[in-house]
Design a protein around this ligand. Structure first.
Ligand SMILES: [Zn+2]
Ligand SMILES: [Zn+2]
Length: 299
């Protein structure tokens, strides 16, 4: 009756990573090796370099010292429209103004598409209006958090936009990424590297293993709250975190259906919900976003 992307009966562990960061091959400040070094020093397990309309391929990574991190080939399709991450890219997708063409090309190759920073406000215009996202098909997720927008106009969080898509019945996942352009930037408690990341449950730390787990939704997005487990038994869902001080359960379209000032929350899937997701609040304004858990269609 309940369809959860999380399965802790299989062996695995949490892997930390960022899928969105720039180097001086587009508009980032540092060369690739310096960016990789910085994420290694932050304790990351995986990283994707996503320069604007520049493919970072496996062959580009081969020249670097990865320090044992998994480096995922990538590209941020940028010119002529909404920015789209091509995760696990094996070819350069051209920035066709028709973004459905871009997504179709991504899906025809290896990898998947994530819609970037929906609520970035550039010159008075929202980057990814709901109608634009509704008009496209085939992307597997949206950035529910993009740290780059902390320093620009707009909202780095896009939970409400995500809820609107989930309410439409779409199965899209929420990602948190740095969109880092300067790995040394730190000001007023804000930093560009290590601000938003994804925690992936997998027993396979290869690029393919991490990408497959993400495609299945076996991850959560975080800016500092750490989740231990999300267990489902019948219609009962139990979320356990390490350091949340408040947990809110949301159903469509972002309606709060339960909350607790605690590090864990147990809730029965509401009768009138088509999906349920959790936002967890922790120290210094940090958060975590679980993926949605769906009501399984009975035929
Ligand atoms: Zn972008
Ligand atoms: Zn970017």
């Amino acid at each position: 009756m309940i369809d959860s992307p999380y399965d802790f009966s299989s062996p695995g562990g949490w892997l930390r990573g960022n899928l969105h960061t720039h180097t001086n091959r587009s508009d980032g400040k540092q060369p690739m090796q310096e960016v990789v070094d910085r994420y290694h020093s932050l304790g990351y397990d995986f990283l994707m370099i996503s320069d604007h309309d520049v493919l970072t391929a496996e062959s580009d990574y081969a020249a670097l010292d990865s320090h044992g991190m998994t480096l995922i080939p990538g590209n941020e399709v940028s010119a002529h429209g909404m920015h789209i991450l091509h995760v696990h890219a094996d070819n350069k997708v051209e920035p066709d103004p028709d973004r459905q063409q871009v997504i179709d090309q991504i899906n025809a190759s290896q990898g998947f598409a994530v819609m970037c920073h929906p609520l970035w406000n550039f010159r008075g215009r929202e980057h990814a209006p709901l109608e634009s996202l509704q008009a496209l098909n085939g992307y597997i997720g949206v950035e529910v958090y993009n740290a780059g927008i902390e320093l620009l106009d707009g909202n780095p969080e896009a939970g409400y936009r995500w809820d609107s898509l989930l309410h439409d019945g779409r199965r899209v996942w929420g990602f948190a990424n740095d969109d880092c352009h300067d790995v040394t930037f730190e000001q007023g408690g804000m930093r560009r590297a290590g601000a938003g990341w994804n925690m992936v449950w997998s027993d396979d730390a290869s690029a393919q293993g991490i990408v497959s787990a993400m495609q299945a939704g076996a991850f959560y997005a975080s800016t500092g709250v750490m989740i231990d487990r999300i267990d489902v038994e019948g219609v009962t869902i139990r979320l356990q975190t390490k350091n949340a001080s408040r947990i809110v359960a949301l159903q469509q379209v972002g309606r709060q259906c339960a909350a607790a000032d605690a590090s864990e929350l147990t809730i029965e899937f509401p009768d009138d919900a088509t999906y349920l997701r959790f936002e967890c609040y922790g120290p210094r304004g940090s958060k975590a976003w679980t993926q949605p858990i769906f009501r399984k269609e009975t035929t």
